[in-house]
Design a binder for this molecule. Structure first.
Ligand code: TXA
Ligand code: MG
Length: 339
């Protein structure tokens, strides 16, 4: 299949909308990461997403809308708290899980009786969804298991030949996927931390709780509320270890690890101006927010540069700490050294 690379002028967005409406697959930018879209009312199109990504079919997709008012056509039993969260955080890097109604095919929700809904803030994403005339089911546009794409180049690397078109809308601003909150049960539950922080959620919904799998790995045979959590994620080819704590102690530990691994190609992802000899250095950012924005692209860049081992400096500094930790720990398959 030929994959077209499209710009963001009105003619191209209209064309991309037509591809979606006729059952095709289009990757597009959002403020979090690039998504891989298909018509959410078309079960065959949704099935093509799983094929293109190599995604396990029991992992449901997020349905994207261009106007908040469209939620009522997709979900039912929407509580007052859910409505407050929606009006506080949509459009934005926020996904809500609600009881689904029968408009959504099972292929999109992997047979669950709930549906994940997101209204992105990115103008290109909103224009595309509007042009398609349908809600757009879209996971992140990476091959399953790889870091989520935050530039069109990442999508081109993973998806060329597998999908109809890629809209190049530049780099994503948030850099990690949306915060997911389930409002389908008794209490709102934060299933995946992201651009909207847990504190911000609690200001609106003080009874909100953190799902226990946000920072821990899933045990053997355990069924997480968020099916995607049980899969291997964000895995670069390099073996990643997180070194977490005060940045002076982190520096001493990483120096030691670099020495132990001196016969391998090492990389260090920094949160400081610490310098390391004989390692590929990439700067994630001084704040956790900036680090989140650069995390996935840095992991891909280490692979491109041939790093075999990566040590990631990490210190919790702001509301993005939870989102960064969640992604870093997964990229490191929970290999975390606290100093
Ligand atoms: O920022 C984002 O959310 C990006 C952009 C493209 O919008 N999308 C994204 O989609 O990250 P994806 O498919 O990579 O991650 C969606 C996660 C998965 O872990 C999935 O298991 C979970 O949402 N999910 C989807 N529907 C669900 C449901 N009904 N109940 C529980 N978890 C659900
Ligand atoms: Mg994903």
């Amino acid at each position: 299949m030929e994959t077209r690379i499209l710009g963001t002028d009105d003619r191209r967005i209209t064309e991309a909308g037509e591809i979606l409406a006729s059952g095709g697959l289009v990757a597009f930018p959002t403020e979090t990461v690039y998504g891989l879209g298909a018509d959410a009312y078309n079960a065959d199109a949704a099935a093509r997403i799983y094929l293109a990504k190599g995604r396990p079919s029991d992992n449901p997709l997020i349905v994207h809308i261009s106007e908040i008012s469209e939620i009522d056509a997709l979900a039912e039993d929407i509580s007052d708290t859910a409505r407050e969260l929606i009006s506080a955080f949509m459009p934005g890097p926020f996904t809500i899980i609600l009881k689904k109604n029968r408009n959504i095919p099972d292929a999109v929700t992997a047979g669950m009786d709930t549906v994940a809904i997101r209204c992105p803030a990115h103008p290109v994403a909103r224009r595309l969804i509007k042009a398609s005339g349908v809600p757009v089911a879209a996971p992140s546009a990476n091959l399953s298991g790889k870091p989520s794409p935050t530039t069109a180049a990442h999508v081109i690397a993973d998806m060329t030949g597998r999908i109809d078109a890629i809209i190049d809308g530049g780099a994503c601003d948030v850099g990690v996927e949306s915060t997911i909150v389930s409002c389908a049960g008794e209490h709102p539950v934060l299933l995946r931390p992201g651009g909207v922080t847990f504190d911000e959620i609690c200001e609106i919904a003080p009874d909100a709780i953190l799902d226990k799998n946000v920072l821990n790995s899933i045990g053997e045979g355990e069924q997480p509320l968020c099916p995607g959590m049980k899969y291997k994620h964000y895995s670069p080819d390099a073996e990643v270890t997180v070194v977490e704590g005060g940045l002076l102690a982190v520096k001493a530990k990483i120096d030691e690890l670099l020495y132990e691994n001196r016969d391998r190609v090492c990389g260090v992802l920094t949160m400081s101006d610490n310098a390391y000899d004989s390692a590929i250095l990439l700067h994630g950012g001084d704040s956790n927010r900036e680090y989140a924005k650069n995390l996935f692209s840095s992991l891909r860049e280490f692979d491109r540069l041939g790093a075999e081992v990566v040590f990631a400096e990490f210190e919790a500094r702001d509301g993005y700490a939870l989102a960064v930790r969640n992604r870093l720990y997964k990229a490191a398959a929970q290999k975390v050294i606290r100093v």
